[in-house]
Design a binder for this molecule. Sequence first.
Ligand code: NAI
Ligand code: A1CAB
Length: 284
Amino acid sequence: MERMLTGNVGFLGAGAIAEALIRGMLNAGVVQPEQVLVSNRSDRERLADLNRRYGVRTAGSKGYVVDVCQVVVLACKPKDVAGLLAEVGGRFRPGQIVLSLAAGIATSFIEERVADGVMVVRAMPNTSCQVGESATAVCLGRAATPEAMRLVTEMLASVGQVYTVPEEQMDAVTGLSGSGPAYVYYIVEAMIEAGEAVGLAPEVARALTLQTLKGAALTLATTGADPAVLREQVTSPGGTTAAGLQVLREAGFAQALISAIVRATERSRELGRMPAQAATEVGD
Ligand SMILES: NC(=O)C1=CN([C@@H]2O[C@H](COP(=O)(O)OP(=O)(O)OC[C@H]3O[C@@H](n4cnc5c(N)ncnc54)[C@H](O)[C@@H]3O)[C@@H](O)[C@H]2O)C=CC1
Ligand SMILES: O=C(O)[C@@H]1CCC=N1
């Protein structure tokens, strides 16, 4: 199919998720380095570093990024979106696409700060963009056309799987899959620590944990089997797994994970309800 993303893609915000997305899109070949323009609040060294490592262009002026890009990605923290749009929102033109990654920030919040006809698309990827395996959800703002959706999907599908959801579900997506890699890494950290505690060398504990994670994820994906069924296959009656799982049940592990995702979802809602107040709560 003919490529739709022929113009420049600009980033307002050059942090973790901007880098993951840039890296993934470049690896996939959906954009060329010279099509990517990156800006941030003030950290010039960070921009120089991205230029060195990926060959992308950098800009000191955010207004310039808005002026020359077909798609502008909002990749700053939710609390910074209002200030950023107060600065450059007036420079967006009808037909341009704003792709917002900011947790909790509604498309209407952005639409109120740019000209009518600017097409806002909200997405929640995760950092697995960098290896082409993001779980990404998107929803469209009111001016966004099917054409805009196709273009954004071309970008996001190059870095993982894309699912369209109603906007009211974006906070839940954020709590589950936006934050999700962190929960998995947290479990991996604990498994490696445990491996060492039971006598393995650190590098062996790490290698076995990673391969276990990869094998389990691939088994889930390729068999399509219910995770509970796969868990039962591991659990020999009276065996080691049953003993381990019993400890997890007694510790309330599943409930803790559920509570974490519920709380992260709520936090996404909070960030969207009060971007200004969130600034004083979170700090920088
Ligand atoms: N890190 C993640 O896994 C994910 C993050 N997100 C969202 O992406 C956004 C960025 O998150 P991270 O990359 O983790 O944050 P980060 O703290 O690593 O990066 C934030 C970037 O925004 C820049 N920035 C702040 N104010 C600015 C302004 N006024 N103008 C231009 N740039 C400005 C900072 O200089 C920095 O480069 C957040 O809204 C977050 O909700 C979405 C999905 C996943
Ligand atoms: O922690 C955060 O707020 C962002 C949104 C999803 C992942 N990271």
